[in-house]
Write a new protein. Structure first.
Length: 424
């Protein structure tokens, strides 16, 4: 029993050692497959980039021993390091946002300052200036309206006031030539009054020459006288009219002006004075339906005719003045011999005469008060204060008049007159 007992334990131990060997030999095909799978797992790029400690832990959990794990890791080819890239620069967006915010802040602040300055200082001044200009424009318009109204009122008043005044004469003819009706009479008068003249008639007005010529030629030609006939007749009477080149043009200019200074009635130009020349210009009438307005049938010829002017009308104002002059009383000598001639005196004589008259008047007023002529120094007049004041003013004025030598020019007549006045 004792022999058997020691023999049994070795048998059990050997049996226990033989059992793992058998299990290892049985499980070797599975182990080889597990290692193959683990080797493929480790060669995948995702696993190679992971943490080695996590890989070891995972393989240990799958049943691999640390020796097998180390062997598998040694069998792996060396890993290619990943390509490195430079680090990305930091984003500039915050700076951009900050700059935009700063710009908006500046714009807002500047706008606020500008608006404050505008509404606080500029706008009141602009409004005041605008109101001033508007008021000035309204005032100017009112003044212009008042001026127009005043001008219209003045025109009406002038028209009302001047209606009785005599009208101005456009062309005046001398009265000494107005009485002659022909050129021969005119030349005879001029020849008798101006003997020895080389060219008689040169001092006769052109208006008088034209009037006499047209009036004389119009006696034989009732329709009118042409321009050629008129100047031919004038050249036969006045030799100097055809000799000088500018004289005929001057006469023609006078004839033309005489026609256009007067109103036009039925294609006729007339003008006149108290001894008035009236010329008629007969032109072709454009209105053939009224033959009475076209007495002459000449298409290209100017006919001139003298028409005596109507007598001038006397205005009511002139008639009133004439009646007033006739009603004034006049002495017999003045009425018989006319108004006496007024002596002409110089300005200095007139001034001295006025001053002497004024001095005499002051002296008369001084001595007509009935006051004593001699008064003591400081003595009172005994009259009212008004009389004393009046007396002092008269004395001062008399002294100023008597001492007029200071402001009058020195002359013989003035000094003699002053000395005479002082002695008197």
């Amino acid at each position: 029993m004792s022999d058997d007992s020691p023999k049994n334990p070795p048998t059990s131990e050997s049996a226990a050692q033989d059992q793992p060997t058998q299990e290892a030999s049985i499980a070797s095909p599975d182990r080889a497959e597990l290692l193959t799978r683990a080797r493929g797992f480790l060669t995948s790029p995702q696993v190679r980039l992971q943490d080695p400690y996590a890989t070891r832990t995972f393989l240990t959990d799958k049943g691999l021993t640390p020796a097998e794990i180390d062997q598998l890791l040694r069998e792996l080819p060396p890993s290619v390091p990943p390509r490195t890239y430079p680090a990305l620069p930091p984003s500039n967006l915050p700076n951009l946002l900050a700059g935009v915010a700063r710009i908006f802040t500046w714009l807002t602040g500047t706008s606020a300052v500008v608006l404050y300055v505008y509404y606080r200082y500029l706008l009141p001044r602009l409004a005041q200036s605008y109101q001033a200009r508007l008021a000035l424009r309204k005032h100017q318009s009112a003044l212009v309206a008042r001026l127009a109204e005043s001008a219209s009122a003045l025109k009406a008043i002038q028209a009302e006031s001047y209606k009785d005044l005599p009208r101005t004469v456009p062309v005046y003819e001398d009265s000494q030539f107005a009485q002659y009706r022909s050129v021969d009479d005119l030349l005879s008068y001029v020849g008798s009054s101006r003997e020895g003249s080389a060219q008689p008639g040169t001092d006769i007005p052109d208006i008088t020459i034209l009037r006499c010529a047209l009036e004389e030629l119009g006696r034989s030609k009732a329709d009118g006288t042409s321009t050629e006939e008129l100047f031919r007749y004038l050249e036969s009477k006045f030799s100097w009219l055809g000799g000088e080149e500018g004289v005929a043009r001057q006469v023609w200019f006078a004839l033309f002006i005489a026609c256009h200074l007067t109103p036009i009635f039925s294609n006729r130009v007339t003008f006149g004075t108290s001894s008035m020349l009236v010329l008629c210009l007969c032109l072709p009438c454009p209105n053939q339906s009224h033959p009475s307005l076209c007495p002459l049938d000449h298409s290209s010829q100017l006919l001139w005719k003298y028409i005596p002017p109507p007598p001038p009308t006397t205005s009511s104002l002139l008639a009133s003045l004439v009646n007033l002059q006739a009603a004034l009383p006049r002495s017999q000598e003045a009425s018989a011999s006319g108004p006496p001639p007024t002596p002409t005196i110089s300005a200095r004589q007139r001034t001295l005469q006025i001053l002497s008259d004024f001095t005499g008047y002051i002296t008369t007023q001084t001595y007509t008060l009935g006051l004593p002529s001699i008064r003591g120094t400081g003595a009172t007049s005994g009259g009212s204060p008004v009389e004393d004041e009046l007396r002092r003013e008269i004395r001062a004025l008399k002294g100023l008049v008597l001492n007029r030598r200071s402001f009058l020019p020195s002359s013989t007549g003035a000094s003699g007159f002053t000395s005479t006045l002082g002695s008197s």
